[in-house]
Design a protein around this ligand. Structure first.
Ligand SMILES: Nc1ncnc2c1ncn2[C@@H]1O[C@H](COP(=O)(O)OP(=O)(O)OP(=O)(O)O)[C@@H](O)[C@H]1O
Ligand SMILES: [Mg+2]
Length: 449
């Protein structure tokens, strides 16, 4: 006996009886002799499968089928009919029935179709579960991180993506923190997800070309404008326009963009025709835009237009607990794209990587793992494999003065000691310090003589 439940709906007691005989050993059964009774059971009990007579005394079986499917789409329904009537069979399948059987039924045939229907139900339940699980593990496509800061960012992404209004989104954060990824996640979760996501990089496009890039131009607008050309605004209509490195947008273009944000209209270069657009704007910057406004380098009115929904991405060094997860994620990405066996980090290696501050944030970590994946021997990545990174971390520009001085002292004392074959009295004289001071330094600086 498995736990699946079947509701049998048929007005003929004889038919209910024969279903009972065949199925009672293996399933839990409920019975109803008409549509109203069927709905009652359906509301009160969990039903996996319904065997539904197409000719009911009080209702058209197909209407009931539709009703049941609407209230509980996961429940499977097998239609039962006295005649093999192709047209109603087809309609039943279209309305979502799993299959169609005729009375009198063959026992084996009934058992097999019931089994298949319940298997599909189970599979679908598993798919729903796996999807939910995937959402839980990886709430946003390709974005990992369980730190409180990233959870807050994920929450914001969901809320902002649902917002219907015209409000723009401003994503700020250091280089490599995932600003573009966030912009894509917002678009993919919004109602515009089947419309284009268009990227304009204000850093990559010279100010003189930015106008054509955004607005497009009409034929003859300037020498070389041989035909009409759409701009990014036109391409992004009904979708999302991602304005990357917005801080670098030329001040004239800032005014032009402001108008598009306010009026939702623009004209192509060389054209008087007003074009209306419906665009969700997402801007990104690795500078503090508010500060640029104070310095007069960014228009205040544009800043407020863009900053309706601000999202701040924390630098990686402020959420180091995300590092192990990011390491695993990028390892598996590399394994997939290289087709090599999987690799893993030793605990000490992970610790070393967590000690590093990652000034280039997630992008630096991603590139680092990619290189390590290729150069490291075997399937385990050890601390010594990640040492070059630690060395980079202690380059002079990152050191405190105290440490730089200690390094210099150590090397200099070593060299002097070496030159006098380790005679401390001689060395102290050369260095201009007392012999006891030299001994203390040798101990403090852990100089091996
Ligand atoms: N939370 C994350 N999970 C997984 N990958 C991430 C995450 N954040 C960033 N990345 C990856 O790091 C890289 C840099 O991300 P992205 O390009 O979005 O950063 P950015 O903030 O736009 O950087 P820049 O300011 O330099 O343009 C990308 O390859 C991205 O896929
Ligand atoms: Mg970017």
């Amino acid at each position: 006996m498995n736990n699946s439940t079947i509701l049998i709906v048929d007005d003929e007691p004889g038919v209910r009886h024969s279903f009972n005989m065949v199925l009672k050993e293996d399933y839990r059964l409920f019975f109803a002799e008409n549509g109203a009774a069927a709905l009652d059971v359906f509301k009160q009990k969990h039903v996996d499968l319904v065997l539904l007579d197409i000719l009911l005394p009080d209702q058209d079986g197909l209407v009931l089928l539709k009703e049941l499917k609407e209230s509980e789409p996961e429940t499977e329904i097998i239609m039962v009919s006295a005649l093999k009537e192709i047209s109603s069979a087809v309609r039943a399948m279209k309305l979502g029935a799993f299959d169609y059987i005729t009375k009198p039924f063959e026992v084996d045939e009934l058992l097999s179709v019931v089994k298949r229907a319940l298997e599909r139900k189970k599979l679908q339940k598993e798919i729903v579960y796996l999807r939910e699980e995937l959402e839980r593990v990886q709430p946003f496509e390709a974005m990992v991180g369980h730190s409180a800061q990233m959870k807050a960012v994920f929450n914001l992404i969901s809320r902002v993506a649902q917002a219907q209004g015209p409000g723009a989104i401003l994503v700020q954060g250091e280089s490599g923190t995932g600003k573009e990824l966030v912009a894509r996640a917002i678009h993919n979760r919004s109602q515009r997800s089947d419309q284009p996501f268009v990227v304009t990089n204000c850093a990559a496009i010279p100010a003189t070309l930015m106008e054509s890039e955004l607005f497009g131009y009409s034929k003859g607008a300037f020498t070389g404008a041989l035909e009409n050309r759409s701009g990014k605004l036109e391409m992004a209509d009904e979708g999302t326009l991602f304005l990357d490195d917005i801080d670098l947008l030329d001040i004239n273009m800032q005014a032009r963009l402001l108008r598009v944000l306010q009026e939702k209209e623009y004209e192509k270069v060389g054209s008087d025709r007003v074009v209306n657009v419906d665009i969700k704007f997402i801007a990104a910057s690795n500078k503090d835009l508010r500060q640029l406004v104070t310095k007069g380098k960014f228009r205040e009115d544009l800043f407020y237009r863009l900053n309706v929904f601000p999202i701040e991405l924390p630098p990686l060094r402020e959420r180091k607990e995300d590092i192990p997860e990011l390491l695993d994620y990028f390892l598996s990405q590399n394994r997939k794209s290289n087709g090599l066996p999987s690799k893993s980090f030793t605990e000490k290696a992970v610790q070393a990587l967590m000690d590093y501050d990652w000034p280039g944030n997630v992008r630096e970590l991603e590139n680092f793992v990619e290189r390590l994946f290729i150069v490291s021997q075997g399937t385990v990545i050890r601390q010594e494999d990640v040492l070059p990174l630690q060395r980079r971390n202690t380059r002079r520009e990152n050191q405190t003065l105290k440490k730089a001085v200690a390094d210099f002292e150590r090397q200099h004392i070593k060299a002097v000691l070496h030159s006098v074959d380790g005679r401390r009295g001689e060395a102290a004289k050369i260095l201009g310090i007392h012999r006891n001071t030299l001994t203390a330094k040798i101990n403090d600086l852990e100089i091996v003589v």
